[in-house]
Design a protein around this ligand. Structure first.
Ligand code: G
Ligand code: G
Ligand code: MN
Ligand code: NA
Length: 250
């Protein structure tokens, strides 16, 4: 099968849809954000995981088309639920999208078309995307920041950036990769590491989200060490919009 060819088609015919995963404030349990995550319902193969199709898309310019489709869909859906649902929409940008000269205009356009206020959108970028060319990344991020959107560093701890480098960028949020969270209850070492990341992130003005929280014990520990927000299966897996709206979380 030629998944790349199918994916080109999918972006035109609504086989791609967006699942939303809640992000909660640790002190209050209040829903503060939802991360939009692409899903592909293939007409023959059924659900294809983003772990499979995102890398295919990232291997070509297709990621820009799919990324644009994702942004339009998610800002449209979340924008339409306001003001009843007043959350920040988090959307992932892949490294290639950061390189796309059309990105700034795309974000501006999707905001105005959807009516979603800029401060209700947070764009997530990875360390990898930033470290390939920190000067270029800073220019792009500064441009996006001027639109009024929030910016987050995603999967923190899996790449090679340092907080000293991140300090120079217009970031608002740091998302700690789930590989640090999984064994938190069993590892005093990890608790010290995560606690240090949180302290340093706060020192440079970043809010911290722990990703991949799967147990109450992890959540309690994260609250104890001063983490701001949490996301993970313990709170909710990524769900379709109607499920999010009927979940009681909103
Ligand atoms: O939702 P799930 O854990 O299956 O996603 C697997 C990977 O696909 C994650 O790394 C996630 O960031 C990525 N992904 C999901 N949706 C998008 C998207 O809209 N854009 C980009 N660039 N990556 C996405
Ligand atoms: O790379 P990024 O952080 O954007 O990817 C988010 C991915 O993590 C999504 O594909 C989502 O399905 C997955 N995810 C979210 N919560 C959990 C969790 O609690 N445990 C695990 N194993 N994966 C999770
Ligand atoms: Mn993410
Ligand atoms: Na992440």
């Amino acid at each position: 099968m030629d998944l790349e060819q199918d994916l080109r088609h999918a972006a035109r015919v609504d086989e791609l849809w967006v699942a939303y995963q809640p992000v909660a404030e640790l002190g209050t349990g209040r829903l503060v954000a939802v991360e939009g995550l692409l899903r592909w319902q293939h007409p023959v193969h059924g659900a294809v995981s983003p772990g499979e199709f995102i890398p295919i898309a990232e291997g070509s310019d297709l990621i820009n088309r799919i990324g644009a489709h994702m942004l339009r869909t998610a800002t449209g859906q979340i924008g339409a639920e306001r003001p009843g649902l007043d959350v920040v929409l988090n959307a992932n940008l892949s490294p290639r999208q950061l390189d796309d000269p059309g990105l700034h205009a795309l974000v501006q356009r999707t905001l105005s078309d959807s009516g979603l206020p800029a401060e209700n959108l947070c764009l997530e970028v990875t360390e990898e995307a930033i470290m390939r060319d920190p000067t270029a990344a800073a220019r792009v991020l500064n441009g996006l920041r001027e639109l009024g959107v929030f910016l987050a560093i995603d999967d923190f701890g899996t790449g090679y950036s340092s907080l000293a480098q991140l300090r120079r960028l217009p970031l608002d949020t740091l998302k700690i990769d789930r590989s640090f969270i999984t064994d938190l209850p069993e590892s005093a070492e990890l608790r010290v590491i995560v606690s240090s990341i949180i302290t340093m992130a706060h020192a440079i003005g970043l809010d911290v989200v722990a990703e991949g929280v799967e147990t109450a014990r992890q959540l309690d520990l994260l609250r104890d060490i001063g983490c701001d927000h949490a996301q993970g299966y313990y709170l909710s897996k990524p769900v379709p919009l109607d499920e999010l709206l009927s979940s009681g979380l909103t």
